[in-house]
Design a protein around this ligand. Structure first.
Ligand code: AMP
Ligand code: MG
Length: 745
């Protein structure tokens, strides 16, 4: 068995374009008449690397060549994960799943942490993924590995245990981490495989023997000792020739060593590995057959070192193609028709990224805005010890044991804003009012109602506790302490707290701009206008704009578009500039007139979800390509006002809150007794328009028809019935979600 080209890729999860150390290095060995030739490329982005590999495979296939592509990230995850995530215990199911969700733009900006957090959220316990930049508000992604629990998955694969120094794929960053490489690399390989159907096989999971292109996981550190031979010094050091970057030497050495094996490469590919590797976990090429590989590397001598002067980079591929916009970023795994509400929420969350622009506001103007960075107390509250009541203050040491006391009163008093300048001597007392700073010598206050006084003396009964009726400095909040965490949406009480702590200005996220567009030939925007028989008034737009305003976002009225793809596209183009996210209503199902879905499918990355929700489906989610490559999420709501509002509350609210930087908002609900009867079939979660009667029981609107807007208005909340079957009789407990808990009460 021989390959005409052997490619070794050292991947990088960098968040911006980079070259040199810790960037992407690709060595391509090509068989020639005189043996072989190796070239090294150092593409600055993953998109460029993907384009390079695509072009190379296309060329090789056209020339009838066989190619081995080794990449240095995990091709599989520890046993159990593929099944839990993608419903099949197969490594490639995870590839497909990730390819549908990882977004990685032409400048290396990507959503890998968000996707990992979404996975953690969907799996039991805390974890398995961990590590994130502290600034990212992803509570489901722990900062530390030790914070994980009960996720039930092993940390290492069978092969990791046998590869010295291999790290866990769950760790997404920090020293030596490899997890982010897999998250960003697997989608690239998935697309490479998808672009050449039947030609590309993944070793050892697929039948690779007959495939012209074989993808295999490699681990250049298997040749650690051999690399050290020709490149002494530390990992980042320079070699004898002054120039080489270690990553470049590694990929060259591994490509050359694999090539040097000749037919012997079969021994590596055929090396026995456990069944779990074939199916789920994958294996590292060479683990279990290290000796021949290392011999081949040693035989190379200095040949793995790049030439003394920087090699010319590989000729650029014909065209740098940015990652193709995909149609399935929210796609469900195949064979799944109905998406349960909780899954849809997890996927939605994984697909979105919060806005990050900030502004600085005076605290008094910052209500409803989202804090950037923790707010710290500039001053303690209270700043000084003071009196908690109106009464008489003295030193507790003036009292000896229980009994009645009489203390002489000093002239004057201490009041809030009017401190008593002198010290109160032991054995004397002073009139003191609520909020007054305790004068020197005072540590205890008795309540005036417990005292008798003739203006010269004060008398009261013991026992009196030391420190009674006083407030300690900083007993509420100490100077320097975190008063409010980053991501907090500031409430009226928060403004009180910040002001009390001497915080005059805060940095906040700029307001999220939410566009609202109605679609439908039948709609008439102005409820005051005369209507033809076929026309109805646009009810959704005023409702949704008001919902958005109540949530503290900036509502952007995108008006109304007829059922015409170009007209809707023009509105969305405009909206993509004027808003950060767009809510549309109408045209979201699959019927002939459903231009929104069709348009989004054609021009944006759409996934139309059949969400197991009543009322509600369909719901479309897509990324509309905007200016400067920034895609704007579009949430396509159903046209029926009842379904439109329910979907907005259940999906729109958490999504918009998340986009606005305030984190994923979970609605507040509580159990109440039902004042109604209802039988429901299994399959769809159901939301009934409801309100509490005078006994605090939930009653529901008589008609469930989703065109009944009066019921929406009658209701003061929703009753949530579970996904499964349910029979509700009066007096049974049901979950009630008040409109107020959704922020629209
Ligand atoms: P569609 O999703 O476009 O199929 O619309 C479903 C139903 O909702 C139809 O009866 C529409 O007339 C109605 N509808 C759509 N948009 C609105 C709107 N903005 N206001 C009131 N009703 C609407
Ligand atoms: Mg319509």
């Amino acid at each position: 068995m021989r390959f005409d080209r052997i490619v070794v890729v050292d991947w990088s999860a960098a968040g911006r374009p980079v070259t040199g150390r810790d960037s992407i290095w690709i060595a391509t060995w090509t068989a020639t008449a005189r043996g072989g030739d190796v070239r090294t490329a150092n593409p600055p982005t993953r998109a460029a690397a993907a384009a390079y590999l695509q072009q190379m495979v296309t060329d090789a296939l056209a020339a009838g060549e066989r190619v081995l592509i080794g990449a240095d990230f995990a091709f599989g995850y520890p046993a159990g994960f593929a099944q839990a995530l993608a419903g099949r215990a197969e490594a490639l199911a995870v590839w497909e799943w990730l390819a549908a969700r990882i977004e990685d733009d032409a400048a290396n900006r990507n959503n890998r942490f968000e996707v990992a957090a979404g996975i953690n959220r969907a799996l039991p316990g805390v974890g398995p993924f961990w590590f994130r930049p502290k600034a990212l508000d992803l509570p489901d992604l722990p900062l530390r590995g030790s914070a994980r629990r009960n996720h039930g998955l092993p940390d290492l694969r069978a092969v990791d245990v046998r590869a010295p120094g291999a790290q866990s794929v769950w760790k997404l960053g920090g020293a030596g981490a490899v997890g982010s490489q897999a998250l960003t690399g697997l989608p690239v390989l998935w697309r490479l495989r998808a672009a050449h159907p039947g030609k590309v096989a993944v070793w050892p999971c697929e039948d690779w023997r007959a495939a012209p292109v074989v993808l295999a996981e490699v681990y250049p550190s298997l040749l650690r000792a051999e690399i050290a031979q020709i490149m002494p010094g530390n990992a980042g050091g320079r070699g004898r020739h002054g120039w080489p970057v270690r990553d470049a030497v590694q990929v060259r050495m591994l490509a050359l060593a694999l090539a040097g094996l000749g037919d012997g490469i079969a021994a590596l590919l055929e090396a026995p590995n456990p069944a779990v590797a074939l199916a789920e976990e994958g294996w590292i090429l060479g683990v279990g057959a290290e000796a021949p590989l290392r011999d081949a590397a040693r035989a190379l001598g200095d040949a793995a070192l790049p030439p003394p002067r920087p090699e010319m980079p590989e000729p650029a591929p014909a065209r740098l193609t940015p990652p193709r916009l995909r149609n399935d970023c929210f796609a469900m795994p195949q064979g799944v028709d109905w998406v349960p509400v909780d899954d849809a929420l997890a996927r939605l969350r994984a697909a979105l990224a919060p806005i990050t622009d900030t502004e600085t506001l005076r605290v008094a103007e910052a209500g409803g805005r989202v804090l950037v960075g923790d707010a710290r107390a500039r001053r303690s509250n209270p700043p000084h010890p003071n009196a908690a009541v109106d009464g008489y203050g003295f030193a507790h040491a003036s009292l000896d044991g229980p009994g009645s006391y009489e203390l002489p009163l000093l002239a004057g008093r201490a009041a809030a804003g009017q401190p008593f300048a002198e010290a109160v001597p032991p054995g004397a007392a002073l009139r003191i009012l609520t909020g007054a700073i305790l004068p020197a010598g005072v540590d205890t206050v008795v309540l005036e109602e417990d005292c008798a006084t003739d203006a010269r003396r004060v008398a009261f009964d013991g026992p009196v506790k030391r420190g009674a009726n006083t407030r300690r400095a900083g007993e509420d909040v100490l100077e320097g302490a975190t008063a409010l965490p980053s991501g907090r949406r500031l409430t009226p009480a928060d403004l009180a707290l910040l002001s009390a702590l001497g915080v005059g200005q805060v940095q906040v996220v700029r307001r999220l701009r939410v566009g609202v567009l109605s679609t439908g030939d039948e709609l008439l925007a102005d409820p005051g206008a005369p209507a033809a028989a076929h026309q109805i008034f646009d009810a959704n737009r005023p409702m949704l704009l008001e919902v958005v305003r109540r949530w503290g976002h900036a509502a952007v009225d995108l008006g109304h578009a007829p059922d015409d793809a170009d007209a809707i596209a023009a509105r969305l183009d405009h909206g993509a500039g004027a808003a950060d996210v767009i809510l549309t209503s109408g045209g979201a199902s699959a019927g002939d007139e459903d231009h929104v879905s069709r348009l989004l499918r054609d021009r944006a990355r759409l996934s139309s979800w059949r969400i197991a929700l009543k009322p509600g489906r369909p719901l479309a989610l897509a990324l509309w390509p905007g200016a400067q490559g920034i895609s704007v999420p579009v949430i396509g709501l159903p046209g029926n006002p009842v379904a439109a509002l329910v979907c907005t509350l259940i999906f729109g609210r958490p999504a918009l809150s998340f986009l606005s930087g305030a984190g994923w908002a979970v609605p507040q609900g509580f159990m109440v007794l039902a004042a109604f009867s209802k039988r429901k079939k299994p399959g769809r979660r159901e939301y009934l328009r409801a309100r509490l009667n005078d006994n605090g029981e939930a009653e529901v609107f008589a008609s469930e028809g989703s065109g009944r807007i009066s019921g929406l208005s009658w209701a003061e909340g929703l009753v949530e019935l579970p996904d499964g079957a349910a029979t509700i009789a009066p007096g049974d407990p049901v979950r009630y979600l008040p409109y107020a808990g959704f922020g629209i009460g």
